[in-house]
Design a protein around this ligand. Structure first.
Ligand SMILES: [Zn+2]
Ligand SMILES: [Zn+2]
Length: 295
């Protein structure tokens, strides 16, 4: 399996001199299986440069799994060029939205209304199929399995586990560590702690055995103090998650839009200095556009 990052930024694209090395496109990850299937995780603006490369392999069959429909994970989809070309077979998967009571196709079609985009979804020439997924529902793509698990975000978000040819990768999508909403003196505090423990165990068991985690690590632990409840992870929490799930490699992504290349370099060095001698710490990588993982 070959994994390539096409967008590593969270929230909003951030082009500019300070983000040239890591890249400014929002979330998009391409997974190419050993048997040649193309799976795409999220359709942030990174899917646009990916689509230009895919133009050379028409007709195309691909499977796009959307973690959730916040802008930074779908805003590139209307510009995914293979949608406009007949003969292409494009399958799009995601959660049913319980707030809007809409399936993934309805939500994505909405962003192609004339108010937002000049071409209607019905005018696209490719064969497009939408599938709404339930938690823990496994999609079989040949011998590759893709399973979603709900993670902790402000919208319903699926983290996806991809298993192919004996290798596994887990992508969190957007994910914040669970925290107790009660104060220690409240009656419900202990009970809530147990719920958190149970949910964490469930997540770690789900991920265990993966070769790689790709995780939302928008904040440092210092920044997080002012951003608790916004739905994003910290570097420290992601390391803890990988250790608990015994995963050997961790890729940080969903970088803050204002985070410069130099800051990302500095943060990685500091994390390695703090954690690398601690038993069970995974190898740490800062994801950048173009980075490839070969499993
Ligand atoms: Zn996001
Ligand atoms: Zn989000």
């Amino acid at each position: 399996m070959k994994i390539q990052f096409w967008g590593v930024r969270g929230s909003i694209p951030s082009p500019g001199a300070k983000t040239v090395r890591y890249g400014g496109n929002t979330t998009c990850i391409e997974v190419k299986t050993d048997s040649g299937q193309t799976i795409i995780l999220d359709a942030g603006t990174g899917i646009y440069p990916l689509s230009q490369q895919l133009l050379s392999v028409m007709p195309l069959t691909c499977h796009i799994f959307i973690t959730h429909t916040h802008w930074d994970h779908i805003q590139g989809l209307p510009f995914f060029l293979p949608l406009f070309i007949s003969g292409n077979d494009i399958r799009i998967y995601g959660a049913f939205d319980p707030l809007l009571q809409k399936d993934i196709g309805d939500v994505l079609r909405d962003q192609m209304a004339y108010s937002y985009f000049p071409v209607r979804e019905t005018e696209l020439a490719a064969d497009i199929q939408y599938t709404s997924l339930r938690e823990r529902q496994t999609t079989e793509i040949g011998s590759t399995l893709v399973t979603g698990i709900i993670t902790n975000h402000t919208a319903l978000n699926f983290g996806y586990l991809i298993e192919s040819n004996g290798k596994k990768v887990f992508f969190t999508g957007d994910n914040e560590e669970l925290f107790n909403i009660y104060s220690p003196e409240d009656d419900s505090y202990e009970e809530y702690n147990q719920i958190i423990q149970h949910k964490n165990d469930f997540l770690h068991d789900f991920i265990r055995g993966a070769n790689v985690i790709i995780a939302d690590s928008a904040y440092t632990s210092e920044e997080y103090l002012a951003k608790k409840g916004w739905g994003h992870g910290t570097y420290e929490y992601c390391i803890e998650m990988a250790k608990k799930a015994e995963v050997p490699s961790l890729y940080f992504t969903h970088h803050e839009p204002l985070r410069s290349d130099d800051e990302l370099d500095r943060i990685k060095k500091q994390l390695e200095a703090r954690f690398s001698s601690s038993p069970g710490t995974p190898l740490l990588y800062m994801a950048y556009e173009g980075l490839e993982i070969n499993l």
